[in-house]
Design a protein. Structure first.
Length: 490
């Protein structure tokens, strides 16, 4: 799998190096585009993009200033290049944004060889735009399901929405303050996102990067601070697959999960590598792999994951949310992980926090693997893992005894999150409905005395725990298994 993904990444990089060497520069001043932050430049910028496209391609170069605009449509062979000090500024009026399935500031549909580069900023002014959307819904001018002053994401503008495009480069820019998902790439091929900063905590659903049913993607050297999931892979089409994806050398902070895929999992995910990822102050999981809508997840490798002050480490889940179709989750390899789980709310103080939960509450185990009866999570390996857990589970709040494991709900059609089962009977590792799971050189550390067992296996088969080290106050039995066969513990 590593060789396959490397081949795609090299092809993408070489393609863009060639394109950039051929690009001709066009300054925005040539087209009468104003940098005063007041003049609405939508038509001028679109004219410039169309003109450059008709001339065979080139770069539209934004110099220092604030360039106010509504939706613009990026065309083939055109680069938007933002020099340091340039700000592409989203207009506040929601009616100035176009919709192509989803609403966005920069749109592109079925184009190729398109880029956004430079050291400048794309600022969606999402706080103000979202509030204006809310006001329009209240007036009855926009129809929406509208719940809790939170209109649906489809009518709030994101910064970028590209669909069915190929040969895409996003490099160097800073993206701020989207009113919805920050950037979405839908059924695209050959996508490189390199050295960008995402700083978007302006409103609900501020996913940092959404990759939907794409093929051949490299996300590298990025810093992401998002109110919702940091990097989110999705499959919206049951006939499509999100595949050949590399995410490496990224720092991620999220008030949801840092890296998540599967909450939209109609098709599938395969050949994914997550390498050298640092996660901090994140409300939910560092990595969540969720096959819950009838699709599949297979051939995923996570290596070198550092997790600090985060609600949970790794969540693997099979669900059954659509028409009784069970997902499939298999061939997962996770290695070289160091995680410190927060004892309190890890994203407290951020602008859009994760929801306040019932307190006091027990702390969920940092590794949860949860299949379904008759549908196992299969062929999963963990190697060289160190997990530090605060412990201190409160028996007065929600105690589940080892002889009461049937009381842990299955919830096959529930929205997947690590806390969906409420309290679990393990403080370190909980595995249910799985086979061929290997734990090698795993160290579990519990800081405070906890009434629960370190490791609980329920309906687990043909699995092995080798060189498992457990540290906890008042040592007790470390492993409990039920309805399991072929378990080797050494």
């Amino acid at each position: 799998m590593q060789a396959i993904i490397k081949k795609y990444v090299v092809a993408v990089i070489l393609c863009f190096q060639f394109l950039q060497s051929q690009a001709k520069d066009y300054p925005v001043s040539l087209f009468g585009i104003y940098s005063d932050g007041v003049t609405l430049n939508t038509r001028s910028i679109q004219f410039a993009i169309d003109y450059i496209h008709q001339q065979g391609g080139g770069r539209l170069v934004f110099d220092v200033g604030r360039f106010l605009t509504g939706s613009i449509h990026l065309k083939s062979d055109v680069t938007l290049h933002l020099l340091e000090g340039a700000v592409l500024l989203g207009v506040l009026n929601p009616f100035d944004y176009d919709r192509n399935r989803l609403t966005a500031l920069i749109l592109s549909d079925n184009e190729q060889n398109i880029s956004i580069t430079g050291k400048g900023v794309i600022d969606g002014q999402g706080r103000e735009v979202a509030r204006n959307v809310v006001a329009l819904v209240h007036k009855g001018l926009i129809k929406d399901k509208f719940r809790n002053d939170r209109p649906e994401v489809e009518i709030r503008p994101m910064l970028i929405y590209f669909r069915s495009c190929k040969n895409i480069l996003i490099r160097g820019v800073t993206m701020r303050n989207a009113a919805a998902w920050v950037q979405t790439y839908d059924q695209c091929k050959n996508l490189e996102i390199d050295s960008i900063t995402v700083d978007s905590r302006a409103f609900w659903n501020n996913d940092g990067i959404d990759i939907v049913d794409c093929d051949s993607v490299a996300v590298a050297n990025c810093y992401i601070d998002a109110a919702d999931d940091g990097v989110c892979l999705k499959s919206h089409d049951s006939t499509k697959v999100c595949q050949n994806i590399l995410v490496r050398n990224c720092r991620i902070r999220s008030s949801a999960s840092a890296i998540k895929f599967g909450t939209a999992s109609l098709g599938g995910f395969r050949n994914i590598r997550l390498i050298n990822i640092k996660v901090f102050d994140t409300y939910r999981s560092a990595i969540a792999l969720e096959a819950v809508d009838g699709g599949f997840i297979e051939n995923v490798e996570a290596d070198s994951l550092q997790v600090l002050n985060t609600g949970h480490a790794i969540f693997l889940r099979i669900g059954e949310r659509i028409d009784g179709k069970k997902g499939r989750l298999e061939n997962i390899r996770i290695s070289n992980v160091s995680a410190e789980i927060a004892a309190t709310k890890p994203d407290a103080g951020y602008e859009y926090e994760g929801p306040i939960e019932d307190m006091p509450r027990n702390i969920s185990p940092p590794i949860i693997i949860a299949g379904l009866p008759g549908q196992m999570v299969t062929n999963v390996s963990f190697n060289n893992i160190e997990l530090k857990q605060p412990g201190g589970g409160n028996t007065q709040f929600a105690k589940i005894l080892l002889n009461e494991l049937d009381s842990v709900p299955e919830k096959p059609d529930a929205y997947p999150e690590f806390s969906m089962f409420r309290e679990l009977p393990a403080w370190g590792i909980y595995v249910r409905h799985a086979s061929d799971v290997q734990f090698t050189h795993v160290k579990l550390i519990c800081n405070k005395k906890d009434y629960r067992t370190a490791v609980v296996l329920d309906d687990v088969h043909h699995s092995e725990l080798t060189s498992l080290t457990i540290q906890e106050p008042g040592g007790k039995k470390t492993l409990y298994q039920r309805n399991s066969t072929g378990i080797v513990f050494k």
